[in-house]
Design a protein around this ligand. Structure first.
Ligand code: NAD
Length: 427
């Protein structure tokens, strides 16, 4: 074994999750120098064009002591050919099995869990103690998560990133939501048979498009900013009163409804699920403003729950022909009754776009942002050239999903109604 500062990571990974039951802490008992290899396989979800690491982050990771291996062609669809990775100091491997076989840490965008089409094939490639980082849909299927756990991988789910200032640079959900909000406006604009800005021309005045955003989280706020840049008149609604100021700061008009959500926001800043009578009232109150909009972009979701239905078939019927609805919640059940996930349909003359995996439609920058998020996360595992995964660190603690054959994240276990873990494997 070669002893170099950079090679301390794997040793620490080995001991990272050693549970010291006496003190109720994970402790690092050995400090041994062995090399740690980060492997990036090509994304396998159909139509997925992103890649987990881009060439520009490679030097930083190499400097910190990691070795990077990339499956050949992994970055091509995002605009990053193999040669760019080689130039920055990564190695190219011929296939997926070689990457999984070599890597101590596998970095993906859509891991099995969030990739329910082809992701299962990766189970056979994973091995005990290997680290897996990516979107794992931790509040999804318990069976799938148990299959991942049973491989023995130590997985970190980026969806579980705490919403703290320190973790902001690692917040992949927000990065992807930013891309989605931007792209949804462009696709809707391209579909709408009108233009966005007000124009005064020799041929008369053209009135601006009216855009309504429902759900002013990260995606919604980016949609407001993008639609405003294109010259539209933008309104937005969110059940969290705190969003009013953010909407207005972007030049949007905040739609005030005379109803109040109960505990609208949880401790992490996410919107909360409401009862059906609240949603019924919302639909009633939103009917007029939706009928007056040329484009409605919906982003209203609640973690781990089916998206609330806020736009009924009748409300769609009330919109002018040629209007557009972009349902960014399509993958989560949809905010519109007529949304078909993965499809674009025309109902009552209104185009309803239910495209899923929207971030993949901007693969260059989506990959760049994601890679920077992952790099910040990986570097957080390193202190003074050595892997010092502080398990008291809430970033590590909160994102740790499976280890030693178990789903170990207490929040996820509670959500999935799994019994609390005690002793070995408990947090
Ligand atoms: P999200 O993707 O979970 O949901 C989108 C929006 O839908 C939310 O604003 C939510 O309130 C809204 N919504 C849910 N149900 C609704 C309903 N029935 N009617 C109307 N709106 C409904 O949201 P997000 O992007 O995670 O953002 C939520 C908040 O968290 C925002 O204020 C955002 O700025 C904040 N945030 C903070 C951090 C951080 O502190 N690091 C990171 C990301 C987001």
């Amino acid at each position: 074994m070669r002893w170099t500062p950079r090679s301390s990571f794997a040793a620490a990974i080995v001991c990272l999750f050693r549970y010291n039951s006496r003190f109720g802490l994970y402790t690092c008992g050995v400090e041994e120098y062995i090399s740690v290899i980060i492997g990036v396989p090509k994304e396998s979800y159909p139509g997925e064009r992103r890649v987990a690491l881009v060439p520009m982050v490679v030097p930083n990771l190499v400097k910190a002591g990691f070795e990077i291996v990339i499956e050949t062609g992994a970055g091509v669809e995002a605009g990053y050919p193999d040669a760019f990775y080689l130039e920055k100091g990564a190695k190219i491997l011929p296939d997926r099995a070689a990457v999984f076989g070599k890597a101590d840490i596998v970095a993906q965008v859509l891991c099995y869990g969030s990739n329910d089409v082809t992701g299962k094939a990766d189970l056979a490639l994973m091995r005990r103690g290997q680290v897996l980082i990516g979107f794992l849909r931790p509040l999804g299927s318990v069976e799938v998560l148990q299959q991942v756990a049973q491989t023995g991988v130590t997985s970190f789910s980026v969806e579980l990133m705490p919403r703290t200032t320190r973790a902001q640079s690692m917040d992949a959900l927000s990065s992807m939501a930013t891309i989605c909000g931007y792209k949804a406006v462009l696709i809707a604009a391209d579909t709408l048979p009108r233009i966005f800005p007000m124009l005064t021309t020799a041929a008369g005045t053209v009135t601006p498009a009216r855009i309504l955003i429902i759900g002013a989280g990260v995606a919604g706020l980016q949609a407001i900013a993008t639609a405003r840049r294109l010259g539209a008149v933008v309104s937005a609604y969110d059940m969290r009163p705190a969003s009013k100021e953010q909407v207005q700061s972007l030049g949007g008009r905040f739609v005030e409804l005379p109803i109040e959500a109960k505990d609208a926001q949880d401790a992490r800043g996410y919107g909360t699920a409401q009862d059906e009578s609240f949603y019924a009232k919302q639909r009633e109150l939103l009917t007029r403003v939706i009928a007056e909009s040329d484009i409605v972009i919906t982003t209203a979701v609640v973690p781990g729950k089916k998206a609330p239905m806020l736009v009924t078939a009748d409300m769609v019927k009330g919109m002018a022909p040629g209007s557009v609805i972009f349902d960014l919640a399509a993958e989560r059940g949809g905010n519109c009754e007529l949304t078909r996930a993965g499809q674009t349909v025309v109902e009552h003359g209104v185009t309803i776009i239910g495209i899923i995996n929207v971030a993949s439609k901007v693969p260059y920058h989506a990959s760049q942002m994601y890679a920077r998020n992952l790099t910040a996360f990986l570097l957080n595992l390193v202190k003074d050239g050595k892997l010092r995964p502080d398990t008291e660190d809430e970033i590590i603690r909160d994102t740790l999903l499976t280890r030693g054959g178990e789903i170990v994240n207490p929040r996820v276990r509670e959500f999935l109604a799994l019994p609390e873990l005690v002793g070995q494997g408990a947090k």
